[in-house]
Design a protein around this ligand. Structure first.
Ligand code: UT7
Length: 333
């Protein structure tokens, strides 16, 4: 019997117009363009402005464009998964709201939360549905409105994050293409170093939690940095090894974009040249579940059918992982 795999057959992204630059941030907190560029590598990030504008706004625009670009009708979609840590609301799922906004009626949908590894974990989940043979067109959207949980009085976190969405279409293939292997991890004891302290069932919103600014991202940066640098590289190298890939066999590393120093260290450990690494952190910052599809969208016309691609991420939880796929199409320029 032929092996059924899931292949990415289209990619799209969407981000708001407003650019929050380092210079503007320096008017809000005690920071500078020099510090942010040297320590993190971000120049600007996009912010979704306006009242009652949630993550579904970002996600729906990305999916709308994806349907158009791939010539897919909304009624052909079998499943939509949204990876996010900033859902429009606790429930229902943002995936349902996105489906409604774009007219997807014949699909079921749900959210998946694995913080910055969300897109990666959801990609493998989506791939399993496709590999089952029952689901022919699956959409995965990674979307986060990080500005909704960012404290713009805290200089240690506010330069890091931005808002964006990226969406991909997955379809079955019997060719030697698509998603081949993955290695994922969770270390729940790491949750104390990067999290949202309140707003969930443990500490519901109250005057006290609002006054203590507990509805904003808390991060112990250095601890997360140390874990991220070693874990993301370890897992990416392990995925290369078990698939017998040398550095020269890898066309692209698509890393989560949290810090340029983490990306560089991962590339070095894998033995890659910087030209083999997708990087756009300078323009978008850390958009959590959107970083990887945003990179795929930006580099789409530079990837070729058959390219070996490694995706790698590290995030809150802690969660981390790497995934190996063969790119399935050439993009006409
Ligand atoms: O995507 C999810 C996973 N998250 C990550 O991967 C993030 C991992 N962590 C990081 O990327 C880095 O730890 C940060 C970018 C968050 C911070 O960089 P760092 O090199 O670890 O800086 P630090 O926290 O050790 O702070 C160094 C100094 C401190 O001052 P003192 O104590 O040495 O006087 C900070 O107060 O830099 C200061 N500082 C700043 N200065 C200017 C912290 N933030 C700023 C700032 N502007 N925005």
């Amino acid at each position: 019997m032929e092996t059924l795999r899931a292949a990415i057959t289209g990619v799209n992204a969407w981000f708001p117009e407003y650019r929050l630059t380092n210079d503007e941030l320096a008017t809000m907190v005690d920071t500078s363009d020099e510090w942010i560029m040297q320590r993190v590598g971000i120049k600007e990030r996009r912010i979704l402005k306006g009242k009652n504008q949630g993550t579904s706004v970002l996600g729906a625009e990305a999916v709308k464009g994806l349907l158009k670009k791939t010539g897919t009708r909304a009624d052909e979609v079998d499943l939509l998964i949204c990876a996010t840590v900033t859902p429009d609301m606790m429930f229902p799922a943002t995936a349902n709201i996105i489906s409604d906004k774009v007219g997807i009626k014949n699909a079921f949908s749900f959210d998946l939360n694995a913080a910055c590894s969300g897109f990666l974990f959801a990609l493998q989940t989506a791939a399993e549905y496709v590999k089952s043979g029952r689901y022919k067109k699956v959409i995965l959207v990674g979307a986060d409105k990080m500005s909704s949980i960012t404290d713009y009085t805290d200089r240690t976190t506010c330069p890091l994050f931005g808002d964006a969405a990226g969406a991909i279409l997955l379809e079955p293939t019997t060719q030697d293409m698509g998603i081949i292997d993955h290695l994922f991890h969770t270390e729940g004891s790491g949750r104390q170093f990067l999290y949202l302290k309140a707003g969930g069932s443990e500490r519901p919103a109250s005057h006290e939690t609002v006054d203590a600014r507990e509805h904003f991202i808390f991060q112990e940066g250095q601890t997360v940095f140390k874990f991220a640098v070693s874990s993301m590289a370890d897992v990416a190298v392990e995925v290369m090894k078990r698939n017998k890939l040398e550095a020269r066999d890898v066309a692209w590393l698509v890393p989560h974009q949290a810090n340029l120093r983490i990306i560089d260290a991962t590339g070095r450990r894998m033995g890659l040249d910087p030209s083999q690494i997708m990087i756009n952190i300078e323009k978008f910052g850390n958009t959590t579940a959107a970083t990887i599809p945003l990179c795929l969208w930006e580099y789409e016309d530079r990837m070729k059918r058959g390219d070996n691609i490694i995706l790698a991420a590290f995030g809150g939880g802690f969660t981390w992982g790497a995934l190996y796929l063969k790119w399935a199409y050439d993009t006409k320029k």
